[in-house]
Design a protein around this ligand. Sequence first.
Ligand code: C5P
Ligand code: C5P
Ligand code: C5P
Length: 451
Amino acid sequence: MTQKRQRSLLNRGDEACKILKEHLDKGDIIRVISHNDADGLSAAGMIGKAISTRNGQFHISIVSRLTDNFIKKLSNEKYQVFFFCDMGSANLPALSHLHGNVIIADHHQPIDSTTDTNIIHVNPHLFGFDGSRELSASGAAYLIIRGLEKSLASFALVGAFGDMQYFNEFIGMNRFIMEEGIKNGSVQTHEDLRIASRYDEPLYKALAYTFNPTLPGITANIEGSKEFLEKIGVSYAIRFQDLGAEEKDTLKSELIKINPEIFGEVFTDKRLPLTIRYLSDFAKLLDACGKNKEYGLAIGICLGEEEKSLEKALNLQRKYREGIIKGLEWIKREKPKKMEHIQYIYTEEKALKGVMGTIAGISFSLGLSDPSLPILALSRMDNQVKVSARATPKIIERGVDLGKALRDASSNFGGTGGGHDIAAGAMIPYRELENFLRLVDNIIGSQKKES
Ligand code: C5P
Ligand code: C5P
Ligand code: C5P
């Protein structure tokens, strides 16, 4: 059964690749539109890289979401083929009006599955796979690109890491891609400490920046991290890679005592420079570029323009991480407000807006929010409120679907929303905020009852 679904999805990817090849053979420029997070950036970078190796041409735009206005702008463009990544599944009717072929590599919940003849829709949900765990948008793009260029599986896994699809193992189509990557040499795996930035930050910072898995007392706690290293007698001011073998062993055994998940399978692409060789590090760097709106920088890194770009991106990442830590300290002070079935945090502060979704997601494992309730992170943007909602696998098991809840609740108040069961977002009018929260609370309550 799974094999049959897998074959159908692979066939759909091949179909899309055939169209892509026909356009490349004709010398058409491939118009790529992708999302501004790690998954979207990795997808766009992968496509650019594949097209470059065939001496083809592409034009990439990175956007935060697909608005009607942007689609209208695209409908005036004369490209023969449009390739949408990490978006598009919710916009099929509008995209059917574009001139030329439309390829969609998305993993968000589609609103309907009927497609016009000019659209090829590659989305795991259409084939019974879960788009929040089993395939990212980079993964969907890879299923198309693998017919052109086999060596880019690592980019698909970078996207999966960026979208937090790795929970101690890759499952579903992510696993298929991982195995294909290992077979053809673009992915390697080994057992190692799962710490962040082993090649570019002093150890105490690297440990404090290790958000996933979390290290209580150390994650997001620079002083706590230093004290821990001093206590176990490991040099804290040098990089992990510069530690001696004995120090590495001590560190490993002490960290395992804090959280056994800190040691396990890790994934690398040995063709990449050291700072992005661990695919989870690559995802974090792209995320930092995305959050800083440095899209060209991110794509450049994917295309292999390394030295200067990497240095610049690492500096952005440092600032971004300081922002995440400040945001977590803020949640600790403010505490999420609880309703019956949800909890929320709200800000009007500019500095916090860029990290609200991220800190909401991390808050569960750091014990800063109630792990039994979905959390909504609300940022006021003039007359509107940007909503980022996050849940845990346990909450989802009880029947909660945040994507559906936010889509239905926001459309009730003239807003827009959607996403995945475990992570979703919306934009709503500020004046409806209280009504919106009440409705989401109700919807989540009834989702739990129905399951
Ligand atoms: O745009 P989109 O699909 O790419 O983003 C998914 C979001 O969901 C990311 O911000 C990712 O970190 C978040 N997520 C999460 N926990 C999960 C799965 C995804 O916070 N288990
Ligand atoms: O949820 P969102 O995509 O905004 O998360 C962005 C980034 O935050 C992830 O790519 C990851 O680097 C970091 N993160 C993490 N552990 C979590 C949640 C987020 O490392 N639990
Ligand atoms: O913005 P944020 O990272 O919280 O988005 C979480 C998920 O919800 C992403 O997958 C994003 O694409 C989706 N989303 C959506 N519609 C919106 C806002 C976010 O589908 N209006």
